[in-house]
Design a protein around this ligand. Structure first.
Ligand code: SAM
Length: 332
C-alpha cells in the first residue's frame, strides 16, 4: 500500500480554493493585528510564531546545521541511541501527532523505531515546511498515512478524524521553551485533551547550562540567527506595507539567569520612525522589540511542570554531555 499525504494543504476544488482563500485572509488579518498591537504596546514584542514564513523556515534549517547550535544534534543523537527503548516504553501507538514539526527530519528516526504506526499528523504554522517535510518523508515510510495540518498548536481545539486509536504526541526541538511557563502549562493541558486518556507524549527539552554555550547557539558567528530574526522585519515590510530599514536594527540574544531563559530582541540602532500599515511608529536608539524566548529546564523542573498538567514522567533520556533531554510522559 502506498502512502497518502492528502491534507488541508491541497485545494483541488472551487470550494477548497474558497476556504483556502478565507484561511489566508484570516491569517493575514491576525498577523496585521498582532504586529500593530505588539509594536505599539509596551514592552514592544512580536509573537515568535511569525518568524516562520518560507524564508524563516529555510533560515531555521540553516541554524540547525551550525556548529554552535547543539540542540538538533543532541536530540538527534538521543533518538538514534534510545529509539528502541523509547518505542518499548511507548507500547502501542497508531497515530503520531507532532506539534511544530518543522522539517520532520528527527521524526523520521522516531517513526522508524515505532512498530505498527499507521498515521502521522504534523502540525505547523509554516505551510512551506509541512509541504517539504511530507514530500521528503513519504517515500521513506511507504505504509504511513501522512496528514499535515496548518495551524497554531496553542489554539488547537480538536484533532482531525484521521487521528485514530492510541496516540503518541511529539514536541521536539525544545519548542515548548518558546512558551512562558504559564503558556507551557496551558499547552500541556490542551495537549492532554487532544491526545486523550492513556496517550503518551515525547517532549524534547533543552537543559540549563552555561551562557558560554547558550548565547552562541542563538547568536552565531556567521550571523544566521541574526538573519532569522531580521527576516521578521522583511516579512512585515512585504506583507504589511512596512518600511523597516534592516541596517538600523540589530539582533540581540541575552540569557536571563533568574528566569532561566534566552531572550531574543531586535534593537533599534538609531532614533527612527517606521511606517507599518499606514501607522508611524517611533523607536528610540537602544529600544528593543522582544521576538522570542527559549526557556531552559532541569529534568526535574520540566517533570514537575508536566505533572501540573496531569502528565506523569515515565522516563527521561539525557546524553553523556547533559545538553538536552527527551521526556516520555503518560496521561493516566
Ligand atoms: C524551533 S522550530 C523546531 C522545528 C522542529 N520541531 C525541530 O525540532 O527541528 C519550531 C517549529 O514550530 C513551528 N511553530 C512555532 N510556533 C508555532 C505555533 N504557535 N503553532 C504551530 N507551529 C508553530 C515553527 O514553524 C517551526 O517549524
Amino acid at each position: 500500500m502506498g502512502n497518502d499525504i492528502s491534507s488541508v494543504l491541497a485545494g483541488n476544488s472551487p470550494d477548497a480554493d474558497a476556504s483556502q482563500a478565507a484561511l489566508q485572509a484570516a491569517a493575514h488579518a491576525e498577523f496585521a493585528q498582532a504586529v500593530l498591537d505588539g509594536l505599539t504596546g509596551q514592552p514592544r514584542s512580536l509573537p515568535s510564531r511569525f518568524l516562520y514564513d518560507e524564508r524563516g523556515s529555510e533560515l531555521f534549517e540553516e541554524i540547525t546545521k551550525l556548529d554552535e547550535y547543539y540542540p538538533t544534534r543532541a536530540e538527534t543523537a538521543l533518538l538514534q541511541s534510545h529509539g528502541a527503548d523509547i518505542a518499548e516504553h511507548v507500547g502501542d501507538a497508531d497515530t503520531l501527532v507532532e506539534f511544530g514539526s518543522g522539517s520532520s527530519r528527527k521524526t523520521s528516526l522516531l517513526i522508524d523505531a515505532l512498530d505498527g504506526l499507521d498515521t502521522y499528523i504534523p502540525i505547523d504554522v509554516s505551510e512551506s515546511y509541512l509541504t517539504e517535510a511530507a514530500e521528503w518523508l513519504a517515500p521513506q515510510h511507504d505504509d504511513l498515512t501522512i496528514k499535515p495540518l496548518v495551524g497554531d498548536f496553542t489554539r488547537m481545539e480538536a484533532l482531525p478524524d484521521t487521528a485514530r486509536g492510541q496516540k503518541l504526541g511529539f514536541f521536539s526541538g525544545s519548542t515548548i521553551g518558546n512558551l512562558t511557563r504559564d503558556e507551557a502549562t496551558a499547552f500541556l493541558l490542551n495537549a492532554a485533551q487532544l491526545l486523550g486518556r492513556d496517550s503518551t507524549f515525547l517532549v524534547g527539552i533543552d537543559l540549563k547550562k552555561s551562557p558560554d554555550i547558550l548565547i552562541p547557539a542563538y547568536d552565531d558567528a556567521e550571523g544566521v540567527s541574526a538573519s532569522f530574526s531580521l527576516n521578521l522585519l522583511t516579512r512585515i515590510n512585504r506583507e504589511l506595507d512596512g518600511n523597516f530599514d534592516l541596517a538600523r536594527f540589530g539582533h540581540r540574544a541575552v540569557y536571563n539567569e533568574r528566569e532561566g531563559r534566552i531572550e531574543i530582541y531586535l534593537e533599534s540602532l538609531a532614533d527612527q520612525s517606521v511606517r507599518v500599515l499606514g501607522r508611524d511608529i517611533a523607536f528610540a536608539e537602544g529600544e528593543r522589540i522582544h521576538t522570542e524566548y527559549s526557556h531552559k529546564y532541569s529534568v526535574s523542573e520540566f517533570q514537575a511542570l508536566a505533572a501540573t498538567a496531569g502528565w506523569r514522567g515515565m522516563k527521561a533520556w539525557t546524553g553523556d554531555e547533559g545538553l538536552f533531554s527527551l521526556h516520555l510522559l503518560r496521561l493516566n
